[in-house]
Ligand binder design. Structure first.
Ligand code: HAS
Length: 568
């Protein structure tokens, strides 16, 4: 192993006990809050599926609550589901995971831990400000909050604070990284730290879109300072952030798939250089593709939609490189564990380890989610599936599986690592991973077919819709069964995590963050794979090219005329 690589890999192992105490406490807060959000948001899922097959529990649910804090309708429940699962569970888990992983990967504690504490406070205050109006039915605008749907101003301010808090968390990582860079001018950045920081930089650039939407277009309108708003421009700013948001969710899973899972499999990272390139490509390509969510929007010129469609297909490449590199890394593990033959190594992978199994099942589901994504990205096929049940079919395989099931897998080592206690039940954790896999296969298959074959709309209380055809029933039932299995899987997860944290028994050996070594440490990493300037310049240029003319023309023709509606 080359000296530079050896030093980077050894960083975690050489840290003195107690070095990361503050980081661990912060991580525990972030992850704990993420789990509470998922518990509340996730519990809405089975209710939605039941509503679709005509079993409506919302009237009964609306009778339970304190004051006006209650779930009164399908749409209010769906808003809570989307915001708490897609925005809160993910963002809090990611910031917690990075707060744990970046310092360990750099082999030093956070240089300004107070900055990261401020990040936590901002994010929690923001979460409360956004969640209370949702629970009071004052922000039933779904997680995309498209104008002219209007929510309480506190909902938007809360979202802004959560985003600003995540920026501050990023600042805390950068300060630590700069300090590390100063002390190690000739070292290449350890892979996990580099990949996590690239993800954070991408997120900070991406969220400029939604920050502009909320601060410039929405808040003045909600406060009555402008008579109306421009829904088309607002949606365009939203998707400037909205698509890279999905890679902000995905890339932490990739950090684990590349940087940790090969170690858990008993193998090595097949190509660290390729892994680095993949993260740089995501930085460059994640943002200038947002118009693929607006293919049917009349106010966006077709030529620019085509540019974004082409760039979306370019973005397919780093995920294909990931499929190849991660599978090859797992193969090194399967073979090291005695596997032989073309596929025989797969059976030798550590399928008895729930952390590993959850993540491998997440990868398998992502193959199908990715195929669906490519279908969406095709300009003409999108016309067939847009706004149908196909789309939630797609995103439950991606954010609901590739990401969430991976986060479950990470938490199966992270919760024991933070609590110093062994996982309460490995068997229950395995059952949880497999039930999530099966439940998601059933639910997403039902949703995809409902959308593609029948044009069943998404985000609709189908139980009350007069146009639902009897031919939809088998797929509706399949999706509902999948949703109920997912609900059971969720209960297994929370029960196991709670039992772990509350147990008295302490682990003999504290769980450590798995860090995969490169298969070929003798191959030097070229300087351009550890250098920010060329990638940042390309990122900004590509955004200017892909979004500049569209935004200039929309802003020049701004139409603040939509008065807004409040959904109750
Ligand atoms: Fe998407 C809509 C296109 C990926 C999430 N997407 C959504 C929405 C969400 C979402 C939430 O072009 C709905 C938004 C809304 O509310 O309106 N998506 C894509 C494309 C990709 C993609 C091209 N999406 C994601 C990811 C998400 C996500 C990731 C969350 C994390 N998506 C779209 C489009 C729409 C859309 C349109 C708009 C639709 C509409 O009309 O409204 C690509 O990034 C996918 C590439 C991925 C692959 C898979 C690679 C496979 C890998 C696993 C390898 C497996 C191994 C296992 C190694 C090609 C890496 C080995 C196994 C062993 C046993 C060893």
């Amino acid at each position: 192993m080359s000296k530079r690589n050896a030093k980077a890999t050894a960083a975690v192992a050489t840290a003195a006990p107690g070095t990361f105490k503050r980081e661990d406490r912060l991580t525990a807060w972030f992850i704990g809050i993420a789990m509470v959000a998922l518990f509340i948001g996730g519990s809405m899922g089975p209710l939605q599926k039941l509503e679709h097959v005509g079993i409506n529990w919302y009237p009964a649910l609306s009778k339970i609550g304190i004051g006006s804090v209650r779930i009164a309708s399908y749409y209010q429940g769906l808003t809570a589901h989307g915001v708490l699962n897609a925005l809160v569970w993910t963002t809090f888990f990611i910031v917690g995971f990075f707060t744990y992983a970046i310092p360990r990967s750099l082999g030093r504690p956070l240089s300004k831990p107070r900055v990261n504490l401020i990040a936590l406070i901002l994010m929690v205050v923001g979460l409360v400000m956004a969640a209370v109006p949702i629970l009071m039915n004052l922000a039933t605008v779904l997680y995309t909050f498209y104008p002219p749907m209007k929510a309480s101003v506190f909902f938007y301010l809360g979202l802004v604070l959560v985003v600003v808090g995540s920026w501050v968390a990023g600042l805390g990582y950068y300060l630590t990284y700069w300090q590390w860079r100063k002390d190690n001018p000739s070292q290449k950045t350890p892979f996990i730290a580099l990949a996590a920081i690239i993800t954070m930089v991408m997120w900070q650039i991406a969220t400029l879109g939604v920050a502009t939407e909320i601060l410039v277009l929405i808040i003045p309108w909600v406060l009555g300072w402008t008579a109306g708003t421009d829904p088309q421009l607002a949606r365009t700013f939203f998707w400037f952030t909205g698509h890279p948001l999905v890679y902000f969710w995905l890339l932490p899973a990739y950090v684990s798939w590349y940087g940790m899972v090969p170690k858990q499999a008993g193998g090595k990272l097949f190509s660290e250089q390729l892994a680095r390139l993949v993260f740089w490509l995501f930085l460059v390509l994640s943002i200038p593709v947002g118009l693929h969510h607006q293919f049917v929007d009349p106010g966006v010129p077709q030529g620019w939609k085509t540019v974004h469609a082409i760039l979306t297909y370019a973005l397919f490449l780093p995920s294909m490189a990931t499929a190849f590199t991660v599978a090859a890394s797992l193969e090194t593990g399967g073979r090291a564990r005695g596997g032989t033959g073309l596929l025989g190594w797969i059976t030798k992978l550590p399928w008895g380890n729930p952390s590993y199994t959850a993540q491998n099942l997440a990868m398998i589901l992502f193959v199908f989610g990715g195929i669906g994504g490519l279908t969406n990205a095709s300009y003409n096929l999108n016309l067939a599936v847009h706004n149908t049940a196909w789309v939630p079919g797609h995103f439950h395989l991606t954010v609901g599986s590739a990401v969430t099931l991976t986060f479950f897998g990470i938490s199966y080592w992270l919760v024991p690592a933070l609590s110093g206690k062994p996982l309460a039940s490995r068997k229950v954790a395995l059952a949880q991973a497999w039930t999530w896999f099966i439940g998601m296969l059933l639910m997403s298959n039902g949703l995809h077919i409902l959308g593609l074959n029948f044009g069943a709309p998404r985000r609709s209380a189908l139980g009350a819709a007069p146009y639902v055809d009897a031919a939809w029933n088998p797929m509706q039932i399949e999706a509902a069964i999948g949703g109920i299995i997912l609900g059971i899987s969720g209960l297994l997860y929370f029960g196991n995590v709670l039992a772990t944290v509350l147990a008295r028994k302490r682990a003999d050996v504290r769980e450590e963050m798995p860090v995969a070594e490169p298969l070929h440490p003798e191959y030097a990493t070229p300087g351009w794979l550890d250098s920010w300037k060329p990638w940042l310049v390309t990122t900004v240029l590509l955004i200017l090219i892909a979004y500049g003319p569209v935004l200039v023309s929309m802003i020049a023709n701004i139409n603040l005329t939509a008065p807004g509606v409040q959904i109750r």
